[in-house]
Design a protein around this ligand. Sequence first.
Ligand code: NAD
Ligand code: DAU
Length: 341
Amino acid sequence: MKILVTGGAGFIGGNFIHYMLKEHPEDEIVCLDLLTYAGNMETLEPVLGNPKFKFVKGDITDRDFVFHLFEEEKFDVVVNFAAESHVDRSIYDPEVFLKTNILGTACLLDASKKFGVKRYHQVSTDEVYGDLPIEEKDLFFTEESNIHTSSPYSASKASADLLVQAYMKTYQLPATISRCSNNYGPYHFPEKLIPLVITRALNNETIPVYGTGENVRDWLYVTDHCRAIDMIIRSGKEGEIYNIGGHNEKTNLEVVKAILKALNKPESLITFVEDRKGHDRRYAIDPTKITEQLGWHHNYSFEEGIKMTVDWYLSHREWWEHIINGEYQDYYEKMYGGKEQ
Ligand code: NAD
Ligand code: DAU
């Protein structure tokens, strides 16, 4: 199988590439990534010498480029991770979210249709469902929950998700969609809560907690997400939407305190700051469908996952220090400078 992974120099796409090359050494993977501020070639360094792996730098919104790539490579499967992914950035500057997340998805859908891709998979998010009340603990998002977005990020992801559904119905595009809860684990860009807390605590810096810290997220170790997507592209039914989550709900304050404890750092580093505008209160996924239909379940508890994540950041200091000092952006030029075709 030849698989196009877009956004593979980012957090989840990078973990997915590592996972797939290990679990399915017979498959070929092509990664297409624009290397925005969130893309990091150092994340892909361990697989750059693998003959089954190829990296292509490019923009999913560039139609000529994307169509040419599809024509040349003849992909069997496309998994679209590429996106602008940070909610706070979308609040300050929505435009690039609309371009990448909506027009980029549209371009990949058109190319998949034209070149007869056998399966297009859209990596959507639980944020398309909006939020749930904190106190009603028996309410969960199911695949039938209404789309009800809060931020420019989630609105752009919902638009892309609906577009995929339109292509399935109108053009019978063989596609699937997954909506996962918050991921954490290795290679997570330190603008997001968990890696931000780990890296700042290691540098004895203050930890900014929005509002009261009582907002709830449903955390899933990234490998559990990667395995779910792998199962969906192999055994999931065309036209279906699958929620992915492991019932690991925590308040932000619980998450921050767990990390500080694991690092043996004082809670006095916690600083409450102004709340995020339109801050979603609680996300909580009901994963019954993927569990019953595909046999997926999460492997890692939050306690195990946090320990693995903290250990990874401790043993990969260079990876995140290069992000903080900006050096990671030189990596592509160093490795590929002058070699672009
Ligand atoms: P990320 O920001 O770490 O990575 C995004 C990647 O996309 C980067 O490598 C970036 O360079 C690339 N990219 C951006 N614009 C591009 C363009 N125009 N063309 C080609 N590549 C481009 O994001 P992530 O956290 O790994 O999320 C990956 C996907 O999973 C996103 O679609 C996101 O919406 C979805 N998702 C994320 C989470 C989570 O908790 N992080 C949960 C559910 C769903
Ligand atoms: O639920 C899936 C989504 O999870 C994905 O679709 C998004 O791409 C991903 O970024 C993530 O969105 P969140 O907004 O939930 O993640 P973030 O790490 O930005 O924030 C997690 C919670 O922590 C949220 O309630 C806001 C809070 N927070 C975040 C930061 C960065 C803080 O309190 N302080 C911070 O400095």
